[in-house]
Ligand binder design. Structure first.
Ligand code: SAM
Length: 215
């Protein structure tokens, strides 16, 4: 399996999208954050709309688009799990690490028959050492059944997994240092410490790569 990239978008996922014809189409990037996926796809499409509820991330995304000279990308502040996507008139819905049943249902209602829905989601094993699943995490079976219920047929589903193994506690803590603040806030940090105290020496990153098509 290809390794996960540290800060970027997985080459394996981009390859999945590389086979998709995007010319002349409008892509909706759900949970765009700072616009990583939107900016990567913009040169290949007519228009990209990145939506997110985090205004500061969207401001950074707009700056990045301007710096890259991309004029066909726009970023809109919206709760992606509340409103519908039909108003954005997407031909394609994509997402990178922001996925939920509510998002899949909205994509299903907005897309035309045959339209692609491509995303990377956290796999249920992501950071399993912290004993707490992201609300965005799905197992393979969950992904398959949620997508079927939302009106999609599954063309590709794979798991990209990277299990780091550490020789000692210090190394294990150093690997998670960038996550400490977030994990302290949501309780995962203390569970990770407990895992290490009990002799655990791993940290798992696991992502689902999905290409589905509206039926
Ligand atoms: C893990 S980040 C991924 C960001 C971006 N796609 C990337 O890969 O860099 C998840 C993003 O989803 C956004 N998000 C989560 N729930 C959301 C919701 N209900 N509506 C809009 N955005 C949401 C967060 O604000 C955050 O920017």
């Amino acid at each position: 399996m290809a390794p996960l990239t540290a800060g970027g978008i997985s080459p394996a996922f981009l390859k999945l999208l590389a086979d998709e014809r995007l010319g002349g189409l409008t892509v909706l990037d759900v949970g765009t954050g700072r616009g990583r996926l939107a900016l990567a796809l913009a040169p290949r499409c007519d228009r990209v709309i990145g939506i997110d509820r985090d205004e500061s991330a969207l401001a950074a995304a707009r700056q990045a688009a301007a710096a890259a000279g991309l004029r066909n990308v726009e970023f809109v502040a919206v709760d992606a799990e509340a409103g519908e996507y039909l108003g954005f008139a997407p031909d394609v819905v994509a997402a990178h690490l922001c996925m939920s049943t509510a998002i899949a249902e909205r994509a299903g209602r907005a897309l035309a028959r045959g339209a692609p829905f491509a995303f990377v989601a956290f796999h249920a094993d992501q950071w399993r050492e912290t004993g707490r699943r992201s609300r965005f995490a799905w197992s393979e079976d969950e992904a398959a059944s949620i997508l079927a219920a939302a009106g999609f047929s599954l063309e590709h589903l794979s798991v990209e997994r990277d299990v780091q193994e550490f020789s000692g506690v210090e190394q294990a803590l150093a690997a998670a240092i960038g996550l400490e603040e977030k994990w302290r806030a949501d309780g995962r940090w203390f569970r990770y410490i407990k895992f290490l105290e009990e002799g655990g020496r791993t940290l798992t990153r696991a992502h689902l790569h999905v290409m589905a098509r509206k039926t």
